[in-house]
Design a protein around this ligand. Sequence first.
Ligand SMILES: NC(=O)C1=CN([C@@H]2O[C@H](COP(=O)(O)OP(=O)(O)OC[C@H]3O[C@@H](n4cnc5c(N)ncnc54)[C@H](O)[C@@H]3O)[C@@H](O)[C@H]2O)C=CC1
Ligand SMILES: O=C(O)C(=O)COP(=O)(O)O
Length: 530
Amino acid sequence: MPKVLVSDALSERAVEIFRERGIDVDFQPDLGKDKDKLAEVIGQYDGLAIRSATKVTDKIIAAAANLRVIGRAGIGVDNVDIPKATARGIVVMNTPFGNSTTTAEHAIAMMLSLARQIPQANASTHAGKWEKSRFMGIELTGKTLGVIGCGNIGSIVATRGVGLKMRVIAFDPYLSPERAQQLGVEKVDLDTLLARADIITLHTPLTDKTRNILSREALAKTRKGVRIVNCARGGLIDEEALKDAIDAGHVAGAALDVFAVEPAKEHPLFGNENVICTPHLGASTEEAQETVALQVAEQMADYLLTGAVTNAVNMPSISAEEAPRLKPWVRLAEMLGSFAGQVTESAIKEVEILFEGVASEMNVKAMTSAALAGLLRPQVGDVNMVSAPIMAKERGIVLSEVKRDKMGVFDGYIRLTIQTEKQRRSVAGTVFSDGKPRFIQIKGINLDAEPAAHMLYTTNADKPGYIGALGTTLGEAGVNIAAFALGRDKEGGDAIALLTVDDVVSDAVLEKVRDLPHVLQAKRVEFDVE
Ligand SMILES: NC(=O)C1=CN([C@@H]2O[C@H](COP(=O)(O)OP(=O)(O)OC[C@H]3O[C@@H](n4cnc5c(N)ncnc54)[C@H](O)[C@@H]3O)[C@@H](O)[C@H]2O)C=CC1
Ligand SMILES: O=C(O)C(=O)COP(=O)(O)O
């Protein structure tokens, strides 16, 4: 039974779902804050469910020997070392929509609070001061709202802004003009936004490109009296520069839900009368927390129990419906890759994968990832479906995928062709109705072979006596042949043999086979079979 650790304050709904799905779950909502304790225990879990308080660093990942999935009950995954997780084959999932409305509403609440100094006025009134003349606000109607990052949350904020009769401008390089028009916003470049906005609200993820997007220089380009709302990530603003701009009277106020270092127990802006702060509450509504907890638990359970992948940031999706049907094809793809990888010794330059018939109607991304993992494993060792596409890219391998309708006798098949510095190789296979993979073609030569734990692959000139000599050589070496698949392109042409044997083919036996007349090559091929 898979075991999951919930190391953050997720709604109990997640725990219920894991239990309902038959997953063993430990709910320790404060554990994520203790990185040493987390590193100590993480090795025993298959899944880790988190919010923003758990930092999944390379140290945690290195200690997570059995971890297969990290589920973020929320959107931002900047607290997870994704390259490290990917390299270890850990799927990282989030819930990209579950808390977006709630967070957008928080940004609007922060904007209204900032415009009318509601938190300050509230504290003063509770203190019995009745400072009616101290709190002079600004009206939002007709003001310009500048949205930086107009994705899910930014666009909800934008439409709410339009509803408040504000002029909304947005900077987002990936926002299409059609979408901008649909939202009723004007798409502008960053400098224009900085120069025109009365209120700036941030809604980009924190990445190397967006870090410090409101830098000292950017803040200097804003209008005097601008107000800034940040319900995205602390690292998007140069906090020191913001403090200086507020102290200088250039920025009239800021409403911050997020901070460069969290939990923020002390901060240069704390105590500033023009600054409103909340402790990363953007996603904290009953509705959003219930939704993200439920979603993340379902997604993680699906992956752990069926292999279905939803909302992963480092792997193609596989739906729960297609997962069982896809599984044998993914396995076949990995075996085809593995075969090609094992018989290839030089650097791979190109990979072409043809999906025909039923194979072309399935999730080819998953099959491609599996084929690449199988292909690269003999050369690089620790690689899997999650890390393989990135590793292939890093090695400069050019990949092409072709889908084709059924043309031949098989309902569907996959053909993998690789181009190395020296030669071109191809291997094709299908899945039979028993769900088992079969190799149906190697080097364009038809055959029928079931992948097995220990195999011997030879190519030879099609001359009489070779098969007998091969059998005798193996027999004399005490190697028992379990299955013998043969094929040739034409009489007297090129021939191939793929033999299943009971034990590992030793180097000595390989040498003897290579010494036989007419042999062109002989290779040991092994597969992980259940
Ligand atoms: N305070 C809180 O509790 C919460 C904070 N968040 C934060 O909000 C962020 C945004 O969430 P969503 O809107 O759901 O993400 P999203 O991915 O839907 O939208 C992000 C937008 O930023 C844009 N973008 C990316 N790089 C950019 C750049 N260099 N300049 C301008 N725009 C850029 C993208 O094109 C995209 O449209 C999350 O990544 C997360 O960090 C999310 C939920 C709750
Ligand atoms: O979903 C996000 O990106 C958030 O920032 C929400 O964070 P939280 O789950 O409240 O710690």
